[in-house]
Design a protein around this ligand. Sequence first.
Ligand SMILES: Nc1nc2c(ncn2[C@@H]2O[C@H](COP(=O)(O)OP(=O)(O)OP(=O)(O)O)[C@@H](O)[C@H]2O)c(=O)[nH]1
Length: 308
Amino acid sequence: MKEENMQNTTEKQAFRSGFVAIIGRPNVGKSTLMNHLIGQKIAIMSDKPQTTRNKIHGVYTTNEMQIVFLDTPGIHKPQSRLGNYMNKAAENALREVEAALFLVDVAEGLGGGDRYIIEQLQKTNTPVFLVMNKIDKVEPEALLPIIVQYKDLYPFAEIIPVSALYGNNVNTLMEQLGKYIPAGPQYYPADQITDHPEQFVCAELIREKILHLTREEIPHSVAVTIEQMYKQDNDVVYIGAVVFVERDSQKGIVIGKKGQLLKQVGQEARRDIEALLGSKVFLEVWVKVKKDWRNQERVLKDLGLRQD
Ligand SMILES: Nc1nc2c(ncn2[C@@H]2O[C@H](COP(=O)(O)OP(=O)(O)OP(=O)(O)O)[C@@H](O)[C@H]2O)c(=O)[nH]1
């Protein structure tokens, strides 16, 4: 089979496909890069660390190749069962892929979190790209000493400086990455950008609004599930969502004075969901208290945070 593919390559470039993991400590810009590449808002973006809990497959398709990106949760030292889950998901993702993009924030410098990830990388043979993100925040001269620092720690397959936010050098990154993608089939139709059910993306959009609007008060203690989603007779999509918090006081914060904050969450999320689905949406959001949900394995499973 492989030989046949090779023969095809000499006549006409064979289609190539593969999986690529995006890893890096929280807040380095993994979701931003993914969104830039895929060109649509599918992975949650926030200025708070660790907002990405599930693997999201972003599918990048050109005439020559298809790359399925696994946006992994930030690898970090586990502090709760949720933390453990997130680390496992990241490790598994690493084993399944053709290459990994290790994102670092050049404005932050090399920290303990980056060293911890490099330790994890030593356990795999997957080619790793060092993607030096946020170059728009530093002077070009600052890059070389940072490259030297990282090079000493790990034999990176490629080192590429980019700005995920502004798209600088992202083309070069994709050209280099393409070299690591073997001949293979097109797994997904060209217009498909994610293989997760739409419900998951909708829940993430609602959670993103809550994180933005509540600032520091609601850190990781919030989870969102979509209980109902169906098209009504008038073609409006009905969505019923539940926001889980850990304490009564947090419930009050999420609802806000006279329900103002929850109303704003609903309005902003509805706008994004309508853009995503391309149809009118009627969104209802409830807030429920589920004590200590982060450490209850069963609840994690209910919320779809399974380890596969
Ligand atoms: N200036 C600048 N800011 C960036 C760049 N890339 C990302 N950011 C910002 O960094 C913050 C974090 O970006 P995310 O994409 O949410 O980071 P992440 O790595 O996915 O974070 P987690 O999901 O928490 O692991 C956001 O405020 C982004 O706008 C960049 O190239 N330049």
